[in-house]
Structures are given as C-alpha cells and as structure tokens.
Design a protein around this ligand. Sequence first.
Ligand code: SF4
Length: 432
Amino acid sequence: MNRDWNRRRFRSKCLGRLMSCVGKNTKSQTPRFFQWHPNSGRPCFPYLPCLRPCLLSTVFLPGITMQSIEHLYFHIPFCPKLCPYCCFYVEEGSKNKNKAFLDALLSEVERAADSYTLRPKTLYFGGGTPTALLSGQLEYLLSGLRDRLILDDLQEWTMEANPATVRAEKAQLLSDIGINRISLGVQSWNESSLKTLGRVHTGTQALKTVEILQNAGFAALNIDLMFSVPGQTLQEWEQDLATTIALNPSHISAYCLTYEEDTDYFRKLTGGQFVQNEEHDARLFELTMDRLGEGGYRHYEISNHCRPGCESRHNQAYWEGKHFLGFGPSAFSTLPGVRLQNVCDTAQYTQRILAGGDAVSSREPLDDLLRLKERIAFGLRMDEGLEAQLLLPWAEATNEFERIGLLEKSGSRLRLTRRGRMLADSVAEAYV
Ligand code: SF4
C-alpha cells in the first residue's frame, strides 16, 4: 500500500466520478477501465479495444438469448453548443438530427428485443441533450419505444434536459408520454460561472425552467450542479447551493469540475490558464456536504444527494453492477462477460443500423476480478458502503484505512467516513 496516499486530497476527478454514465461515453481513449464524466457524474468506460466487424455479430449470443434486461440507456448526441469541458460524444447542430437517426434507435431496440426480454424498470435518456430534439421528434421516438417495450414494470423514466431547450409545451409533452423524472443540467445559477463554463443558458432562464417543469408535474427533479469552476469563490458556491435548496428539488447532483483530455479546459489547464487548487476543492466539497445535509438531503453517493426515497434508481443499478443495454452512438452496454460500445459517429451509427447491421465498435471482456473491482469502486462511493467480505483480498489496505479513520464498519459492511469521502479517490485506487 502506498502510504503517500494521505497527501492526496479530494479531487473532482476522483474515482468518485467513475461510473454514473454507464451508457454515457467519452471520446477519450485513456487506458483506464472507467472514469467519471465531469458534469453528469455518470460512469464512462473510455478504453475498449477495437473489434473487427466480423466479430460484432457475436454481440447477441445464442447462449444468453432472452435474458431479461431491466435497465436501458439511450444516447441522444445533440447539443445546442459544445461546452469546453465536455468529453462526451456529442455533436453541435442538426445535420444528423433527423428521422433516420430516430428510426435507427427504434431499430436497434427491435434488434435487441429479438435476443433479450426488454422489460425495463428504468429508462434513461442522456447525451448530449435529449431535449434538443424537437417536440415532434420526441413524440415519434418515445411513442415508438412505448410500442416496442414492455413497460408494466417501469419505475423510473429519466430524461436529461438543458434549461435552454425546455418550454412549457415540451415539458407537458414529456410528462404526458410518461417521462417521470427530469435531470436538469443547471451547473450554476451564477452568471459569471455559467459564462466561464460556456453554457448556453442563463441562471434566470434555468430558474424559469425549474418552474416550468414543476408546473408540468415533475415531482422527481434532479438539478445538476458543478463546483470548482475556474474563478468560483466559496461564497458563490454557497449561494448556488442555497438557491438550489430553496427550489426544493427531489435530487441534487454536485460534481467537481474535471479536466478531461481532449477538451479545451484540459488544454487551458496544461497551458497554465487554469490552475487546480485541491485545498479549495476540498473546502467546496465539505461545504456541499454540510449545506445539503442541513437542507435535508441524504448524501447517498459521493456526488449525489436526495430527499428520502428519491434516489436515482437507474444510477443505482449501474453502481450495483446490474446488466444494462445502451442504444445510440457511443452508448455502452454491460452484459454477462462483456462490455460493448457503439461507434462514436452518429452518421455511421444510423447507416449501419438501418443497413441491418449492428453499431458495436468495441468490446471489453469482463472477468470476475474486473467486475469485483468495479463493484468495490462504486460501493465505496455509496453511503451504505459494501459488504466487508468483498474487500478480504485487500485486508492489509482495508485495515490501514480503518486504523487511520477513512473506513468504518457498519454491521457487516464497510463504508467511507466523512474524512474518507474527502479522499475517496485514494481509497478506491488501493483496490482498483
Ligand atoms: S450540454 Fe452537456 S453533453 Fe452537451 S456539450 Fe455541454 S456538457 Fe456536454
């Protein structure tokens, strides 16, 4: 065990970000088996070896035919404008935002339904910005899915939204079709921070969008926030938290900005225009825990806080290592023994699916050890921790973390202490 870990402080790109975007995807090819996305906090699997096309037909193996898959992710890769810190596969503009793309998504679902029983408990539309689709396009896609999926067991249907892309009519349409949870990418209410982040919306616009969504009946509302924005002060972040709590959303995600390779932000960091300050980041993180806790939110995952009973079930499924299918360009699927990723190119994705093929571009074998490591990395991020026996192979490290107060026992489970949460990266790295 590296005893130098103690010098490593909480950071935004903590393993904390590892995996909530399963299904979400990055352009990055960093050889880590997973990482966290900077603004959604969803897990990404940036490194998958390429597959020869002739191997792609093995995606739906006869041996796992008709297994039931309960969690589906849809990647809608369009954004009104690309944010300078974003590392997802997204595209600006409307070139590929057409009926052919929607038909490809529906065809991909039909193809999967030939091999799996698609009886979802959770559906998640991420991107990109799903609400960048026009109302008519959303109606076509969501109605098409209703016709193709068995929705009797559906508990949660989430759609990510950008405040600049939701008007009252669209919000009502989404509610009428069955979306019951919205994840709104606010990031900040502060105009200066929003400008620095290159967001297309203003704080005032975001406040109006929350009102629109609440009027449309969305009781389950997540507000995405981001801290450690360049130039952001402690007071500004505290005000962001206070404004958010006053709106009483059921769920708040608060992520520390991450500088991902191949982004403008990363270039500015390496060029010296931006500077990371780990002490400042740690103070912002502590403030987040304190203020949201005082506001009645349960800190159930490093970056996620909710009213009792309002956890994100879809993300919980990722964190618990459940199997899921991802649809759309760049989407990941995790199936027994394998993780797959679709091609990161919308035009190619559409063309391949409509030509009757699949869109898989890479696959990663998932052996038991890798699954265990992922399970540990995710489990450590949860307030409930994980079964202590999972950590037995790393007894020496575990004992040391307990001794110095970063891990604590809770019945048969082990979980991070408050101080451990500040150093979640370092703790997780000892296991993965
Ligand atoms: S809105 Fe979200 S997905 Fe789109 S570019 Fe910005 S950070 Fe990326």
